[in-house]
Design a binder for this molecule. Structure first.
Ligand code: AMP
Length: 426
């Protein structure tokens, strides 16, 4: 019997792991530079954390949560996103009493019962940040800047950064009433999904990809044209700060996002090189009421999340390679031609690894030609073949795989020279 992994999940190994580690490394370096520190929260929470946090009417809570009852009949849910958990953790551990804003990042798997397709899975990894405890437009700008910088550092070229403001609960409610009034007479032109969104989750109609709905939306009022004075000022200030640091953005008046907790600023980053519904690499927004709703103090926050698998998928499609500098330059492969030489080989292996040389050996004896091919295909720069002659004389011949030059050393007296030659780039 052969088992398959559950639909919408994947195993990761080989090249994929290198991409994942590269992305995580680049992100962590950048978070460090911007002074964000890591937080790790559980993979499951009490269901209410998400149903209240994300919103009962949102698609995630309605259709996509992995909810189960434990042996004591408690309702638990595998986290579908990171923000609600981080907010719960910040309040529970009273982290808000420290210097604000509290600048946090997380890296972890999320679970959503979605229809799997390319770039959309049921278990996926998100890298996200949350800046908690500031309502200054400068923190919005920093978070947006961080998101943009991350993709630039990864090597993406044609990035489009969408920003929009969906107002505070006050001006948004007034706007939604107006929007509903405008949509009711043309209800018949909307798709079934949008008809059911009307009145419950009206703003999400802007997310609809159906052509007739998009036509209807062209003629309705947009939220960013109907902000109260203070929300308007906040949004203008962010745009002006983004201009100051030279981050190019597009004010997308149709941008809305899937979580109910967002207020004011929302943003998304897409790659214009890819024409697909799954071209959103990441996004986020401000949440001014969530912490209070969760029983915490009245402090406002902002965050974003990017999808790891989707980013890697696009990196591969766009031909963005992991830079060579991330691969060890001195990778050395020792080819053992007979198990009788194991002790000699292990002496060499121990010395080289202790000296910081990335090396490996063939644990199964195979044809030398095949071993050299293997080394060439796996980024090895040096090869050391240990056959009868080398074993008897306690010698080492190092071959450089790029230049084909080679040199012979005595294992007994040339250890320093061996290290220097292995590290030599040629
Ligand atoms: P969201 O939390 O919905 O704002 O999504 C933020 C980012 O997470 C998206 O831009 C995607 O890159 C990624 N993402 C969201 N849902 C999925 C999914 N089902 N599968 C893979 N990546 C996802």
């Amino acid at each position: 019997m052969i088992y398959n992994s559950p639909r919408g999940t994947e195993d990761y190994f080989g090249e994929e792991i290198k991409y994942r580690n590269f992305l995580i490394e680049v992100s962590k370096r950048l978070f460090d530079l911007f002074n964000y520190s890591e937080i790790i929260t559980p993979h499951f929470e009490h269901t209410e954390v998400f149903s209240r946090g994300i919103g009962e009417n949102s698609e995630i809570v309605n259709k996509e949560m992995y909810t189960f009852f434990d042996k004591k009949n408690r309702s638990l849910t595998l986290r579908p996103e990171g923000t609600a958990s981080v907010v719960r953790a910040v309040i529970e551990n009273k982290l808000y009493s420290e210097n604000l804003p509290l600048k946090l990042f997380y890296i972890g798997n999320m679970f959503r019962y979605e229809r799997p397709q390319k770039g959309r899975m049921r278990e996926f990894c998100q890298i996200g940040v949350e800046a908690i405890g500031s309502n200054s437009p400068s923190i919005d700008t920093e978070v947006i800047w961080l998101l943009y910088d991350l993709f630039e550092k990864l090597g993406f070229k044609n990035l489009v950064l969408y920003v929009n403001s969906i107002g505070c609960s006050r001006c948004r409610n007034d706007y939604i009433n107006m929007l509903e009034e405008q949509l009711l007479p043309v209800k018949g032109d909307l798709c079934e999904d949008c008809i059911s969104r009307l009145g419950k989750n009206t703003l999400r109609i802007f997310d609809c990809k159906v052509k007739t709905c998009r036509e209807v939306l062209k003629n309705v009022a947009k939220i960013s044209d109907n902000l109260c004075e203070s929300c308007q000022k906040h949004f203008i200030e962010i745009k002006s700060l983004l201009d100051t640091i030279g981050i190019k953005y597009v004010h997308n008046k149709n941008l809305v996002r899937g979580f109910d907790y967002y207020t004011r600023t929302i943003f998304e980053i897409i790659s214009s090189d890819i024409d697909s519904a799954q071209n959103a690499l990441g996004g986020g927004g401000r949440y001014d009421n969530l912490i209070k709703e969760f029983g915490g103090p009245e402090i406002s926050s902002i965050g974003f999340a990017i999808g790891l698998e989707r980013t890697i998928l696009l990196m591969k499609e766009l031909g963005i390679r992991i830079p060579a500098s991330c691969k060890p330059e001195n990778k050395t492969y020792i080819i053992n031609m007979d198990t009788a030489y194991d002790k000699y080989i292990f002496e060499i292996l121990k010395f080289l690894r202790d000296s910081g040389i990335y090396c490996d050996i063939n644990f199964n004896i195979r044809n030398v030609g095949k071993e050299i091919k293997f080394a060439q295909n796996n980024d090895y720069k040096n090869v050391i073949i240990i056959g009868e002659d080398e074993y008897e004389k306690k010698n080492i011949i190092i071959k450089k795989l790029l230049s084909y030059s080679q040199e012979e050393f005595s294992w007994i007296s040339d250890k320093e020279k061996i290290l220097n030659f292995l590290k030599k780039m040629e």
